[in-house]
Design a binder for this molecule. Structure first.
Ligand code: NI
Length: 171
């Protein structure tokens, strides 16, 4: 088991755009396993590779209550979004202790490769739809706070910078 360091907003590396995975090989499988360990340890319901400073299109999600249904999405793409929208209160491991409402399409269809490199599609609604859109945004270098007002974003950014300093013992 290996835990990866999760980047914290407003780290500029969170805004890098991830590249597609060329081949699902042993290296990618190791990244997936480490990302899953990191997500479960946090604990969180989703993690994008961007958040652990790996800029390749890899996402892990587990929205199950028991945290025993790992879903892996390699090179995921949203191939359909519903015109209907829904607002959810979102949080993010890269934005600790902040939650706010974001409106997104209520349903999406995503095409991706699984951990064996096999293509699949999933029709998602509810929390899974929110999670997929949130994590795919990360791969594009977008953090959910960017949907909020500049005022809110600035406040979050200031508080997290202060928190990071405190954690580093530089008060
Ligand atoms: Ni996030």
């Amino acid at each position: 088991m290996a835990l990866l360091n999760v980047l914290c907003y407003p780290d500029s590396r969170l805004h890098k755009v991830a590249k597609p995975v060329a081949q699902v090989d042993a290296r990618i499988k190791k990244i997936v396993a480490d990302m899953a360990d990191t997500m479960y340890e946090a604990p969180g319901v989703g993690l994008a590779a961007t958040q652990v400073d790996i800029h390749e299109r890899i996402v892990v999600i587990d929205i199950s209550e028991e945290q025993n249904e790992l879903r892996v999405f390699i090179n995921p793409e949203i191939i359909w979004s519903s015109p209907e929208k829904k607002a959810w209160r979102e949080g993010c491991l890269s934005v600790p202790e902040f939650y706010d409402e974001v409106e997104r399409p209520a349903q999406v269809r995503v095409r991706a490769l699984d951990v064996d490199g096999k293509e699949f599609e999933v029709d998602a609604d509810g929390l899974l739809a929110v999670c997929l859109q949130h994590e795919l945004d990360h791969l594009q270098g977008k953090v959910f706070v960017e949907y909020l007002s500049i005022l809110k974003r600035t406040r979050i950014s200031q508080k997290l910078k202060k928190r990071a300093k405190e954690l580093a013992g530089e008060r």
